[in-house]
Design a protein around this ligand. Structure first.
Ligand SMILES: [Zn+2]
Length: 313
């Protein structure tokens, strides 16, 4: 796989009119996977402490490989944000993602929300994660996603550290109200973070009245009817004339994952809808066109064909 597919030469096309795309084929949206295991989530952070992670039976390899298989069957490539902890223990999984043509990116090392860290702690975690992921992938990485979309008001300093560490973009803002990250007033579309070279690529929302509504992945994709997600993507593509940014996790396609002792809200957040995610994801990849974040937002020709139309150099 050539460097072109890894977007090593990121060319900013954010401010070019990405849509309407009326030439041929469906619109390319961006799809991303935060590669972490079922016991890494914020919902389960009290059930399994970080010092016990190594004792847990791992399921991330098989679940991520199932996603690789589905993506390959649908001829879709995406962005895989690896947790550094996972990349260190499963370097073959990172290599496999790269060999399949996916974009490799970073999801921190220890999965701690930014707002719980000092700048020094964030920098240390970031450097450690970047090193192990790049070691496994054999390439430089450009993209970062914070655990629990924790790039919130008051953590703006993190953008500067990301830029100085060599990251080109961050995709850590989900502009909705949430108990872990209240970002309802954050920008809904990609923007350059003031005073830095970093570009922020928010998770997509639909705007109704004066409120943003989530639809583009994670628990929302499991909880909401598929028809609503389908409607929201079409509205975003057609009305806003932009690609959506979608996200999911390997553990979300795994209804057999061990049930951990956690509070009611955490269990609801983690275990609802697991059984239908794979089926709905297959449908989503069939009905819409997807590509990695770096291709959708940074390639010179922002509108790309599906994976089978891209030259393998
Ligand atoms: Zn995560």
């Amino acid at each position: 796989m050539g460097p072109k597919l890894q977007c090593s030469m990121l060319k900013l096309s954010l401010f070019m009119p990405l849509y309407p795309h009326d030439k041929s084929g469906p619109l390319p949206n961006a799809i991303s996977v935060d590669v972490e295991d079922y016991f890494h989530t914020e919902a389960m952070s009290k059930a399994v402490s970080r010092t016990d992670w190594d004792k847990m039976p791992g399921r991330v390899q098989r679940n991520t490989e199932r996603l690789f298989e589905l993506f390959a069957a649908k001829k879709v490539r995406g962005t895989f944000f690896f947790l550094g902890w996972v990349a260190e223990r499963y370097p073959g999984l990172v290599r496999q993602a790269r060999e399949l043509g996916h974009e490799i990116a970073c999801h921190s090392y220890w999965h701690r929300p930014i707002y719980t860290l000092s700048a020094a702690e964030f920098r240390e975690d970031l450097h450690r994660a970047k090193a192990v992921i790049e070691d496994a992938a054999g390439i430089k990485i450009k993209g970062y996603r914070a655990p629990s979309f924790s790039m919130t008001q008051g953590t703006e300093w993190a953008a500067e550290i990301l830029a100085e560490t060599g990251f080109t973009y961050d995709s850590s803002i989900h502009p909705v109200a949430h108990d872990l990250y209240d970002n309802r007033n954050a920008p809904r579309h990609p923007f350059r973070v003031a005073g830095t070279s970093l570009v922020e690529i928010p998770i997509s929302t639909v705007r109704m009245g004066s409120r943003n509504f989530p639809f583009a992945g994670g628990g929302y994709f499991r909880l909401l009817p598929y028809a609503y997600v389908h409607w929201a993507i079409r509205k975003f593509n057609r009305v806003e004339k932009r690609p959506i940014v979608f996200y999911l996790h390997p553990w979300e396609i795994d209804p057999e994952q061990p049930r951990l002792p956690a509070g009611q809200k955490s269990r609801l957040r983690q275990y609802t809808g697991l059984g239908k995610t794979m089926r709905n994801l297959g449908r989503l990849l069939e009905e819409f066109s997807f590509a990695p974040i770096c291709n959708v937002f940074f390639e010179e020709a922002a509108v790309l064909p599906r994976a089978d139309g891209i030259a393998q150099d």
